[in-house]
Design a protein around this ligand. Sequence first.
Ligand code: SF4
Ligand code: SF4
Length: 454
Amino acid sequence: MGWFGPHGGGGGTFARGIHPPANKHFSTGCAIEVVPCPERVVLPLQQNVGGPCTPVVKPRQKVAWGELVGRGEAFVSSALHAPVAGTVERPAMTTLPNGRHMPAIAIRTEDPGLTGQDLWEAVFGGPWSNDCIGSYEPQQIHEAILEAGIVGLGGAAFPTHVKINPNTQKPIHTLVVNGCECEPYLTADDQLMRQAPDAIIAGAFLAGYAVGARRVVIGVEDNKPEAVESLRRAVGRTGIEVAVLKTKYPQGSEKHLIKAVLGREVPLGGLPADVGVAIGNVGTMAAVARAVVRNRPLTHRVICVTGAGVARPKNLMVPIGISIGEIIDYCGGLTAEAARIVAGGPMMGFAVADRATPVTKGTSGITVLTAKDIETSAAGPCVRCGRCVEVCPMGLVPTKLAQAARTGDLRLARRHNILACFECGACAYSCPARIPLVQWIRVGKTQVARSQGR
Ligand code: SF4
Ligand code: SF4
């Protein structure tokens, strides 16, 4: 059973983009460790793009490991499950990694359940037989993903059941799986591909079958040769392809990965489905396999803790809802040079001010930067060098977008397609005048979205 496509291909990429220092050496090759169960987890009610979930538990209620605690009621929302067995506390407020305040369900742990290697085996360990995964129907796969509360684990946190859904209006011919991890520093996906390739292949197979794809391709950048080898060994008879791509930022964005792997352009303002493609991250695929084959919801994820500001960088498997402070302590604490904690990578992540901030489903890593890493000169005037335009992967004119935001000129912002910017930061990274282009563009996007009643 399989797609029987060619095993390989690659060398592709997309136009423009940048090559920032990879800085992956801090945690590359560090085997994934399972963090001890925390005494308490805090689960924000919204960890996904779309609507929040509604609590289905009350204070003082006992919950079991993996039990449903929040139901996603909107079509674009996701369910929430207890990552520990314990007692629900009084309603809490928390701060998301992006700084937004959010109601949360807090659970005091009473029984950690499986720990260490036993937990790893239950979540990622084999066997994931291809014969066994061929026995599920598309609707069964879709429902298992929905019930498990799976969202895109690459950082986007878009509910996976919305994407992995047979699309009668826009038939899907190809599932592209994102193994790029193009953000500097981060290595969690790389390590997952090395250590749990069978779970990823099983999930990709199931997701491809569920969307009706004739072809499944995993795109991996050429700076991860061990991951490529590991996936190629695990592909077996599935016919899933592994495409090796030239390393470039931001190749992991949906539109640019589709261009790199398939040579297809997603139209401005369009979606992958417009060109017959569905897309998902490697960690998301492993979560799909677990939900379908083992009936296990999304309660844990793999993250990377990295940078010169943390004593012992690691790749970790953690429960959703553990605090960023506890994770840093597990990694030996901060170094004397630590200056900024970032949830995610340095290009698209968010600076975190509070150690109590919980890891959410979309937290792909914690990067601790030093003063030297973030030192920057004051912004100067635009020297019209055009570098921001040369690197923008969306073909936008960042200098015009920032100008439109600064002057409140929404017509100019719209004319230059400000909403097409996905805030990759390539323009700001390249600007010799150190103009905070992305911050301005973010302001402009908010102004335009408000003016359109969004
Ligand atoms: S304008 Fe937006 S999409 Fe273009 S480089 Fe800047 S942040 Fe990235
Ligand atoms: S890179 Fe900076 S200085 Fe150069 S055109 Fe763009 S905004 Fe101006």
